[in-house]
Design a protein around this ligand. Structure first.
Ligand code: PLP
Length: 369
């Protein structure tokens, strides 16, 4: 498990006390958000990064010092760097992709609330994040002002849910919902919990990976009141399974909150069997259950991350053959146009042949193929 920091981070933040480093407020307030800030921590001249000015105008930069500290800055294919550093490819729009391929906005009966599947809805309570993932499927939203009056914006969501008895689960998402101040979050979760037909709450947050110090005792104490509360996070690479992230997940688990993982298949980052195996073994070691592996959506600005479905299926097939069932996520594709999630099954040649062909499974010596 990785928990040592890269030398650049050690040097750039040498003056920071451990007390500050492990304080999420310090991490949040010291996010790297501009080219000069990035140049400073990398110890290079701002001019060396000037070609990226256009990219950040479209898709801003945002990285916590903690997440930055996990990367090997001299490796241009570092899996952490690839997920949070800008890339010219993001603005090569000719590659294709649309801002909102899943047409989430179409399924918003009130602003920020996506009601697509009858029994559950997603609420985007903020567009702020601790770290912007370059593969984000809501990256078109980063620069939008999503609400003039936050309280009114959230109140409309609560009203909608309370008027719709078919909704039994509310998925609190964003942005990252854990960047919202604790009082507001407490009030919002409490309001949802008091609606009798809302049986389950779910939080979708990458905070355990990118700013694990945000998972405090106080936050867990608050969450505890609103169980059954499920927590979905997003680890994409074994390097992200740090001692700090493990601790954050453990605190949630100790508060009675199951933690699951939704990873995204990312070209050049985790689209290899060995990487995926190590990721899922690592998650199982910290008691985090792999839930989904997403086929990367055809989002404008994230095209270069998309691996093809066949290679994803090959990885899934090899995982099925080799690793514990508790390590296996469901590989899914969210079909553009708002058609919803579809499972992508490995062994489709077997399905095509049907169950009748006994020979499919066994060779002449009776060994499993
Ligand atoms: C993914 C998604 C959900 C949650 O689906 P699960 O399969 O329950 O994880 C809910 N609403 C929308 C719009 C979604 O895209």
């Amino acid at each position: 498990m990785k928990s040592t920091y890269n030398t650049v981070a050690v040097k750039s933040w040498a003056h920071v006390s451990p007390k500050d480093w492990y304080d999420w407020r310090w991490q949040y307030n010291n996010r790297i958000q501009t080219i000069p800030q990035l140049a400073r921590v990398l110890g290079i001249n701002t001019a060396a990064l000037k070609e990226y000015r256009t990219v950040v105008r479209y898709y801003p930069l945002c990285i916590t010092p903690f997440y930055f500290s996990l990367m090997n800055v001299v490796d241009e294919n570092d899996p952490i760097a690839l997920q949070c550093f800008f890339d010219q490819k993001e603005i090569e729009f000719s590659l294709g992709g649309v801002d909102d391929p899943l047409e989430e906005v179409r399924d918003m009966p009130v602003p920020g609330l996506i009601h697509r599947y009858p029994d559950r809805c997603v609420v985007i309570i903020t567009n702020a994040c601790a770290t912007y993932c370059r593969h984000c499927n809501r990256k078109w939203m980063w620069k939008k002002k999503i609400a003039q009056d936050k309280k009114a914006y959230l109140t409309r969501m609560i009203e909608y849910v309370s008027e719709k008895p078919v909704i039994r689960e509310v998925i609190v998402s964003g942005g990252d919902p854990l960047t919202v101040d604790e009082g507001t979050l407490d009030w919002f979760l409490g309001s949802l919990r008091s609606i009798s037909h809302v049986e389950v709450l779910r939080i979708g947050s990458r905070i355990p990976v990118v700013m694990p110090m945000r998972i405090t005792k106080q936050l867990c104490f608050m969450f505890r009141k609103y169980r059954p509360l499920w927590f979905n996070t997003q680890f994409n690479h074994p390097h992200e399974i740090t001692a700090e992230a493990a601790r954050a997940c453990e605190m949630l688990l100790e508060a009675g909150i199951p933690v699951s993982n939704q990873s995204v298949l990312l070209r050049g980052i985790n689209d290899k069997y060995e990487t995926m195996r190590d990721l899922y073994y690592g998650l199982q070691r910290i008691s985090v259950r792999p839930y989904y592996l997403f086929q990367c959506d055809p989002v404008k600005g994230a095209d270069h991350f998309r691996a093809d479905i066949q290679s994803g299926l090959r990885i899934m097939e090899k995982l099925w053959r080799n690793v514990s069932g508790l390590c296996l996520p469901q590989y899914v594709f969210d079909v553009p146009g708002g058609k919803g999630k579809y499972p992508l099954y490995p062994f489709s040649d077997f399905l095509a042949k049907g169950l009748k062909t006994h020979e499919y499974f066994f060779d002449k010596k009776g060994e499993v193929n």
